[in-house]
Design a protein around this ligand. Structure first.
Ligand code: UTP
Length: 472
């Protein structure tokens, strides 16, 4: 059977006729599959993105990223780490939680290519002693928060085709880490096809499959809407969402302090930042450009701007994005109604595919463009945005790479250091060099630890405190 004429015509008009190259070799099932995948592609968008990328950096006017970076200033709506209103903010945040107005969003659709783990990253064992997974540590934090507040805190977990089945199965195998299953809402983000960087042609991963990957954490907006998650939030009376990523076990899930500041400021989107450690650190910077809060990417930062110092000797632009945000549900709702609310970013990557002769290509240099949206690009759309500083060692310890910086080793050590600190704050004597791990079900901060241990107790062996650990 030849390819349906309508499909052929549509692809020919888009310059993508090559997608049907192997049509005659496919069985009925393969044809349906391929036609379905092609149908999901917005070729108009792909053509425009490719044309814009290949036109190169024509835009050196005042809207170019470098010109914007030169106009950037530190954010003016800013709450520092030692703000005297912290305890007021904490009460406001706890009030929101107790009224059932808070939900949490976990994005777990990424492919984790840098880590090189063969399962979804959330299944990575990170607990220094317990070997609990990233998923478990985050879920237990949420459970603790919900139990303390005495209400349900729904968890909206974004997956992708790359992670969905394994993630759902893992939660089921572990009885949702004791979260009520009805409070865990899985939804899938979309995909974007990869295109040949030289020709703009969409690549095939197999004779019956397009080469595609998740459309970035900005796929959250469309995913929330299409899955009914936004409607679920509304039905539950959830007004505020705490957003965090699966790779950071020290993110303070539903931190009452940031929730409180967000509400006190009347913010639509609040983001937590940490100081950059060096001018060259590869971190997006939260800045103000022409009166709107936004992220300037490190790659867009001219060296002289990256190195510029303020009067106090600190970097002039120094607030790095932690990817921990708070959103008003109404803001997400509004953005999700606009399919173009977030721009696409284009990345030059190695993408394996089928050549026109059917041979498998495994490139050793970037050969393709991938398209992704980033959720932090929502910041400028917020009518009111807020930036809140957090303690880097406390809260920003992501697992990105297999070794070196931002790896399992650094993240595990951060958990040990943090939990050792909590114990010492609570009056325990911790021998140097031992490992300490505290389950979120035992405590999520030093005050909770202090209520459960006897000051002055000395610990000389590795110590794991769980919910079953008797008080000392
Ligand atoms: P990263 O941007 O670090 O990507 O994701 P990644 O997929 O985990 O790792 P690399 O870049 O391939 O090595 C930051 C967070 O955003 C989620 C990830 O799961 C992680 O929690 N994410 C990323 C998505 O949910 N979807 C995406 O399409 C991309």
């Amino acid at each position: 059977m030849p390819a349906p004429t309508e499909l052929e015509n549509r692809l020919a008009a888009a310059g993508q006729a090559g997608l049907l190259r192997f049509w005659d070799e496919l069985d009925e099932g393969g044809r349906w599959k391929l036609a379905g995948e092609i149908d999901a592609i917005d070729f108009d968008r792909i053509t425009k993105l490719f044309a814009a990328k290949n036109a190169g950096p024509v835009d050196d006017g005042e809207d170019s990223p470098a010109a914007k970076a030169r106009r950037a200033t530190p954010p003016s709506a800013f709450v520092g780490r030692h703000d005297p209103r912290r305890s007021e903010a904490s009460s406001v945040g706890k009030g929101l939680l107790a009224e059932g107005k808070v939900g949490a969003i976990l994005v777990a659709g990424g492919q984790g290519t840098r880590l090189g783990f063969d399962k979804p990253k959330g299944m990575y064992p990170i607990g220094p002693i317990s070997e609990k997974t990233l998923f478990q540590i985050l879920c237990e934090q949420l459970l603790q928060r919900a139990q303390t507040a005495g209400v349900a805190v729904p968890y909206y977990v974004m997956t992708s085709d790359a992670t969905h089945d394994a993630t759902v199965a893992f939660f089921e195998e572990h009885a949702f880490f004791r979260l009520p299953p009805e409070d865990v809402f899985f939804f899938r983000q979309g995909n974007m096809p990869a295109v040949d960087a030289a020709t703009g042609e969409v690549l095939l991963a197999a004779k019956d499959a397009v080469a595609k990957s998740p459309d970035g954490h900005g796929g959250l907006l469309a995913g929330l809407k299409a899955s009914g998650a936004l409607a679920d939030m509304a039905a539950r009376g959830v007004e505020v969402l705490h957003y965090h990523q699966v790779d950071n076990p020290t993110a303070i899930v539903c931190d009452p302090v940031v929730l409180g500041f967000h509400r006190m400021h009347g913010s639509e989107m609040t983001t937590k930042v940490v100081p950059k450690v060096s001018p060259t650190e590869k971190m997006g910077l939260v800045c103000e450009v022409d009166g709107s809060t936004q992220i300037v990417e490190y790659s867009d930062l001219p060296d002289d701007v990256a190195e510029k110092r303020a009067d106090d000797g600190e970097l002039f632009l120094r607030w790095g994005n932690t990817a921990i945000h708070v959103f008003e549900r109404a803001f997400l709702d509004r953005l999700a109604d606009d399919a173009d609310a977030l721009p696409f970013h284009v990345a030059h990557k190695k993408v394996g595919h089928l050549a026109s002769d059917g041979g498998v290509v495994t490139p050793d240099a970037p050969n393709a463009y991938k398209f992704e949206r980033f959720i932090f690009d929502a910041l400028p759309a917020a009518e009111v945005a807020l930036v809140v500083e957090t303690n880097r060692a406390r809260e920003f310890n992501p697992v990105k790479n297999a070794s070196g910086a931002d790896s399992p080793a650094t993240s595990r050590q951060a958990l040990i250091d943090l939990h050792t600190y909590w114990m010492r704050q609570a009056g325990a004597e911790i021998a140097d060099g031992i490992k300490v791990e505290i389950s979120p079900l035992f405590a999520v901060d030093s005050e909770q630890v202090a209520r459960k241990i006897t000051p002055g107790t000395r610990y000389v062996d590795d110590l794991y405190l769980t919910s079953r650990t008797a008080a000392h």
